[in-house]
Every structure is written in C-alpha cells, then in structure tokens.
Design a protein around this ligand. Structure first.
Ligand code: CU
Length: 176
C-alpha cells in the first residue's frame, strides 16, 4: 500500500525534474539540451537500479494465515523412550525438498535443546542440535540421553531461512 503510493510520487518528481531540465535546455544551446537529456536518463536509471537491487535477494515467502507446525504424535511433557519416534506435522504450507525458494512451502527442522525458534529470515544452523529434513521427510527416530529435553519444530524455506516463531512449536519430553 505504502509502496504503490510512493512510486507515483517519485515518478511525478522525476517528471517535474525532467520538465525543468527541458525548459533550461530550450533556453540554451543544442549541447546543453543533450546534456540535460543525459541527466534525465541518469535519474531514471538510478531509479530502476533501486528497484532491481531489492529483487536481488528473494524475500522470505510470507507465512499464510493460520499456518502451523506441530508434533503429530508427541504431547508436551510426555515421557518417552529413546530412540524417540517424531512425526512432524505442517498445516497451511506444502512440505517440499530444500533447494529452490517456493512461496507457501518449506521443510522441517528439529532443534534439540536449542531454544524455541530461530528468528524469521535467519538460516537454520546445521549441527547436532539443529537437524534438517531437506528431503521433505515428515518423521524421524531421534536418539536422546535420559532426562529432560526441549524439542522444537522449526519450518524454513527452500534455502533454510527460518519462518520464525510463527512456524515453530516447542515441547519438553522426559526420556526414561
Ligand atoms: Cu534446512
């Protein structure tokens, strides 16, 4: 909304600038006219550069309203046995393999004792505490030591950029 209002305003300013330059050129010589055209062209170029640079990095796809991730087979506070079978659910987005950035899709990540979400737009690390399921898997068997563990499902886009807290779910389990 804000952007669409801004662009016509910029165009008007640009046109006004061009007109002013034209007036001056008309009063001057032919050489001055050529120069003023160049200046006008440069002005337009720098504007299109501004638009282009914003397209260089594809923005994180939007999270559809009502979308969520959830543990299909585990409840918060559950007592479990290792290896723990974990079924990862997603609603409102498509489960896809890692690779391309496709709006409305992504893959699961499991954070093991590593907090309750990764900030939106940040790449999910890859280590023993941050597991990626880039082949579009929806379940895994996780080996855990006895005791309490915090498990977080974190959905991310095709290049592992987190969708943030909106698409994260954290539970605590007790391993016997
Ligand atoms: Cu990933």
């Amino acid at each position: 909304m804000r952007k669409t209002q801004l662009i016509p305003a910029m165009l008007l300013l640009g046109l006004a600038a061009c007109n002013n330059a034209g007036d001056k050129a008309a009063a001057g010589s032919d050489t001055a006219q050529v120069a003023s055209h160049d200046t006008a062209a440069m002005g337009h170029d720098s504007m299109s550069h501004m638009v282009d640079s914003s397209k260089l990095v594809t923005p994180l796809p939007a999270v559809p309203a009502g979308a969520k991730v959830f543990f299909k087979n585990l409840k918060d506070g559950a007592t479990v046995k290792s290896p723990v079978k974990i079924e990862m659910g997603i609603e409102g987005l498509k489960l896809d393999t890692a690779g391309a950035i496709v709006a409305g899709s992504g893959h699961h990540h499991l954070l093991v004792d590593a907090g309750d979400s990764i900030p939106a737009g940040q790449i999910v690390p890859k280590d023993e505490h941050h597991l990626h399921f880039g082949k579009a898997q929806s379940s895994t068997d996780l080996v855990l030591t006895p005791g309490k563990h915090v498990l977080t499902l974190q959905f991310a886009d095709g290049i592992h950029r987190s969708y943030g807290a909106a698409l994260a779910k954290t539970i605590t389990v007790e391993v016997k």
